[in-house]
Design a protein around this ligand. Sequence first.
Ligand code: ADP
Length: 320
Amino acid sequence: VKTIGVLTSGGDAPGMNAAIRAVVRVAINKGLKVKGIMRGYAGLLEEEIVDMESTSVSDTINRGGTILYTARCKEFTTPEGQQKGAEICRKHGIDGMVVIGGDGSFRGAGKLSSLGINTIGLPGTIDLDIACTDYTIGFDTAVNTAMEAIDKIRDTSTSHERCSIVEVMGRNAGYIALWCGIANGAEDILLPERYDGDEQALINRIIDNRRRGKKHNIIINAEGIGHSGSMAKRIEAATGIETRATILGHMQRGGTPTCKDRVYASIMGAKAAELLAEGKSNRLVAYKHGEFVDYDIQEALNMSKDIPEEQYEIAKMLVR
Ligand code: ADP
């Protein structure tokens, strides 16, 4: 491998810039050339390709979002689109690629590998919903952002003795909700992996909490369950307690990355560049059982994971 490309794809996440920076600088240190592909696979197919020097990534480690921009691209899900992508890589002399994104992006990365472009994936998503890894770039910043926002909601919720439903992101996974539930001392945590839809039980717990003298009632609801607004209306009608829904939304995707996201993303980015320099392909960098490791992409995509049961049980015990 002589020249590598780097792109970010799917949802953005704070820390992606730290990963890009590490890929660029470690690759250059190992004697490789680096090109930045703008706007993910969409930019690849449109040949939005720029040369990257060590200085191209100066002043980026502290910035949220992704300097390469990100996009979703339908065309790349087709065999013709993938073939075109691989040909464009070859035309630009790119024989290695780092794809920073989620599972969808990794499916694309697997395809590029099979078409002869050595490709390495890095897990970048605030949702933590990638099975092979205990850490994803952006999760730590997102949970800290959400936690701080929920602290603020709690203040006003207590003053007005309200019930608050706070909806956090996570797509179909409840990791952000679970972590915030514990960190914010929420009275209830609704996770897509566990919630049975028993709203009457939820209402009973709210009434019971009020009887026991709780001034507020914070319910963290995961995006995968949704319907926070209508849930708030039904709770207010059933309990007589003023109930407000707040959907935190895209604020959770932005902001300056935490120390952990910067450091882990840097290590993962460096590892991706090293794997390419060693001639490896079709690997995903992951963090498992306290170590940075790498897996075959197809093997990683076939893994599954679930909310840690122990963590969920502890979360429930801490609020009763
Ligand atoms: P994420 O990477 O965060 O899971 P998406 O699922 O939106 O986000 O995937 C990002 C992009 O990856 C898609 O827009 C598409 O270009 C590409 N992609 C997704 N699935 C596939 C697939 N099965 N084969 C090839 N490319 C894919």
